[in-house]
Design a protein around this ligand. Structure first.
Ligand SMILES: C[C@](O)(C(=O)O)[C@H](CC(=O)O)C(=O)O
Ligand SMILES: [Mg+2]
Length: 296
């Protein structure tokens, strides 16, 4: 275990990378793989918790406890700083405060809190509704005030671009920074020029959500860095790929009566054990129980 706090590790990763890529890790094992290949920050998607852990759409149907539980499991498996999607914070000021504290107790480094109404939608769907700027500012104040660790990183997400346009979204973003947010998640903007406007007119890091099949083209990190974006999020990329792979396996077993056609698409037992440090555990077991019946 490293000595620094999760929030401090997130800030260090942000300082060291321009931009910082943050990849979605749907569970603890995914987080371990992301860490092993060299990622420096990871993400737990709200949509991902709803879809993967509950088989539900991303429509505000999961609770704080649902997301804290998944976050806690991931934090237990990696030292990487975890950014968590806390949707609308699940209630009023006291609820938001509790959410932010519980996330810190779970080992989370950073959260993003959004300005949609409680019955929220995915940010890339039509007909989103947002709360007033004042209500969003109050949400951010409650979250900022709930920092246990002063380095805990608070990102304000605004979904205002879709309905109110660029200027209103930027005004909101600035109000959120003034209220204590560290950075802005500019949701579902369409062009690099939109990102440039956010970066130039908001004095805080801007996060670009480069989610697939949404409203934002798949800009590269280089393109986003050139207009000033500091964090690039890939919330569900690995999850989508895992789902397609799993579906292929289910179909192949059903169609063929065996799995031989898809074995070459699978991670091997050896690779799995390597990511899990399985053999270290086994050696410890052998050392601890050497000489005892059944374990020696
Ligand atoms: C980032 C997001 O909030 C999430 O829950 O992962 C989603 C991602 C998606 O639906 O592709 C969002 O952008 O609303
Ligand atoms: Mg979400």
């Amino acid at each position: 275990m490293t000595q620094s706090t999760p929030g401090a590790r997130f800030r260090a990763a942000l300082d060291a990378n321009r931009p910082l890529p943050v990849v979605g890790t749907i569970n603890a094992y995914s987080a371990m793989m992301a860490e092993r290949v060299g990622h420096q920050a990871i993400y737990l998607s709200g949509g991902g918790v709803a879809n993967a852990s509950f088989g539900l759409p991303d429509l505000g149907m999961t609770t704080m406890n649902d997301v804290v539980e998944d976050a806690h499991r991931i934090c237990g498996a990696t030292d990487l700083p975890l950014l968590v999607d806390i949707d609308t914070g699940w209630g009023g000021a006291f609820n938001i405060s509790r959410t932010v504290k519980e996330m810190q107790r779970a080992g989370v480094a950073a959260v993003h809190l959004e300005d949609q109404v409680a019955q929220k939608r995915c940010g890339h769907r039509p007909n989103k509704a947002i709360v007033s700027q004042q209500e969003m500012v109050d949400r951010i104040k409650a979250a900022a005030d709930a920092r246990i660790d002063p380095a805990f990183y608070l990102i304000a997400r605004t979904d205002a671009f879709q309905k109110e346009g660029l200027d209103a979204a930027i005004e909101r973003a600035n109000a959120c920074i003034e209220a204590g947010a560290d950075a802005i998640f500019a949701e579902a903007v369409h062009t690099l020029e939109d990102y440039r406007a956010f970066c130039e007119r908001v004095d805080a890091p801007i996060l670009a959500n480069i989610t697939e099949f949404g409203a934002t083209p798949l800009f590269s990190q280089q393109e986003l860095a050139e207009v000033g974006c500091r964090i690039v999020l890939y919330p569900l990329s690995a999850f989508r790929a895992m789902n397609a792979a799993a579906l292929n396996v289910y179909r192949s077993i059903l169609d063929n009566g065996h799995q031989r056609d898809v074995v070459d698409q699978m991670q091997t037992r050896e690779e799995l054990y390597d990511f899990l440090n399985y053999h270290d555990f086994e050696r410890k077991l052998d050392a601890l129980f050497a000489g005892q019946d059944g374990n020696a």
